[in-house]
Design a protein around this ligand. Structure first.
Ligand SMILES: [Ca+2]
Ligand SMILES: [Ca+2]
Ligand SMILES: [Ca+2]
Ligand SMILES: [Ca+2]
Length: 460
């Protein structure tokens, strides 16, 4: 009896490999350890210049924080035990769980941002990591180069290259316990360049940067939950414009995802654009709305722009609806090119118990990442499913483990699945990378509450 026939709860995607296809795909598992709390915000780059990417990840083992760098074959290159994440560094007694215990220890899931970048412009890469303070580690050895103390929790930060200064700088949203919440510009040496107070300290869900006005200096965007505002600030700490998210951008107190990029065709719109998943709306450099699909795309979570179709002007836009479990490719004007909905779904009999979420047992909250899966160019999209165990709680024991099978979908630019295979965890991310010598790129995922990272590669 196949899993498909034997499952009373879910309908698996048509064309899916229900058993892991070992003849087609190689799966590598990196075990981070028992009792660990890891992050979905890992950094992937070729840290040592050997042509293959490494993976940098912060994690907490029991109460102890560390940062590790792995190769794609699972080799641990280095581990730095001196790093302290927010709780360990500030020993904040206001944390849940009584304050003296690591607040994330029991939840097994959190966001700690990580980047691999030449932050101090000395020609060598650093691993930059932390949620307050920010650690700058030598990427080859893991040794601490600098610790940037911003006075409290730093939920969101980016390292950006400022063409006018000719250096990278840190732009960070800090809940400074002495000076109040603010967005800060800081050098790699820890010198504060500017500070701009913010009307709240709940910065979410992400911070991204890009050069909106094409002057060689990046602008940065982020949301302030308390006031429901989305801000765009420049490289000198000036607030360029802001939007009230619930009334101007979408039915949400914050922006779940966005990017700053050239989406519209060259010459059509002055400057670059802000592409927001909330809507999603395409805004010009001054915040004027270019198009909006807010009414018919429901709770989209992630957004991607790429020139997948040369025959169409500008970049195409990929986004997924979380609860409706639909993936969309739009053209640069916001019109639908294709829709893909061949994801795992609850059987109608079950779903009818939950009209509030329709048939949504599965959710799509993980970014679809652009990938060269087939080895013929970066024109495919890796889309992972997340399955939420169905409620109400009394029903949970009725759900057999096989009902919680999840799938990775690799879609081509025409919306056709080129590969669908099972994954035995809910990924918090699905990132394209070149961590193994396999043909094409690999998909790296971090399992939710599994203390593991997974690498999927296509066999030749
Ligand atoms: Ca390498
Ligand atoms: Ca450097
Ligand atoms: Ca700029
Ligand atoms: Ca195009």
């Amino acid at each position: 009896m196949s899993a498909r026939e034997g499952n009373a709860y879910l309908e698996f995607p048509a064309g899916a490999d229900l058993d892991f296809p070992e003849d087609k795909i190689e799966r590598r598992v990196i075990v981070l350890g028992e009792d660990t709390t890891n992050t979905c915000n890992i950094a992937i780059a070729d840290a040592d210049g050997d042509g293959l990417d490494e993976i940098a990840t912060p994690l907490t083992i029991g109460e102890d924080d560390c940062v590790r760098l792995y190769r794609g074959d699972g080799t641990l290159v280095w581990q730095n035990d001196a790093v302290r994440l927010y709780h360990g560094f500030y020993n904040d007694p206001s944390c849940p769980d009584g304050g003296m215990s690591h607040m994330w220890h029991k939840r097994k899931h959190r966001h700690v941002l990580t980047e691999i970048v030449d932050f101090d412009d000395d020609g060598a890469l650093e691993v930059v990591v932390g949620d307050g303070p920010i650690y700058v580690l030598d990427a080859l050895s893991g040794a601490v180069k600098t610790v940037l103390d911003l006075g409290g929790r730093v939920a969101l930060w980016n390292v950006v290259y400022d063409g006018a200064r000719g250096t990278h700088i840190l732009v960070a949203c800090a809940d400074d316990q002495g000076r109040g919440p603010r967005v800060v510009g800081m050098t790699a040496a820890g010198d504060e360049l500017w500070t701009l107070p913010t009307p709240g300290k709940a910065f979410c869900d992400c911070m991204h940067h890009g050069d909106l006005d094409l002057d060689g200096r990046p602008e940065t965007g982020f949301s302030v939950q308390e006031t429901g505002e989305f801000w765009i600030v420049d490289c000198d700490g000036n607030l360029l414009w802001k939007k009230h998210v619930p009334t101007e951008l979408g039915d949400d107190p914050h922006v779940d995802d966005f990017l700053i990029d050239r989406v519209s065709p060259e010459g059509l719109v002055d400057g670059n654009q802000v592409l927001l998943v909330t809507g999603p709306n395409l805004l010009d450099k001054n915040g004027a709305v270019l198009w909006c699909r807010g009414n018919d795309l429901h709770h989209a979570q992630k957004v991607l722009a790429a020139n997948l179709h040369d025959e169409l002007p500008g970049k195409e836009v990929y986004t997924v609806e979380s609860y409706r479990r639909r993936a969309h490719l739009l053209d640069s004007s916001g019109d639908t090119l294709w829709e893909y909905d061949n994801f795992t779904r609850a059987r109608p009999a079950y779903a009818s118990d939950h009209p509030e979420i329709g048939q949504a047992i599965g959710r799509l909250t993980t970014a679809g990442d652009l990938i060269d899966w087939s080895g013929n160019g970066k024109t495919e999209i890796a889309q992972a499913e997340i399955l939420i165990e169905p409620g109400p709680h009394k029903r949970r024991k009725d759900v057999p483990p096989e009902a919680l099978k999840r799938f990775m979908h690799v879609l081509d630019k025409h919306g056709q699945a080129v590969s669908i295979f099972p994954i035995d965890h809910s990924p918090m991310c699905a990132l394209a990378a070149n961590v193994t010598p396999s043909p094409g790129e690999d998909i790296v995922t971090v399992g939710h509450r599994t203390s593991r990272m997974y690498i999927y590669s296509k066999k030749s």
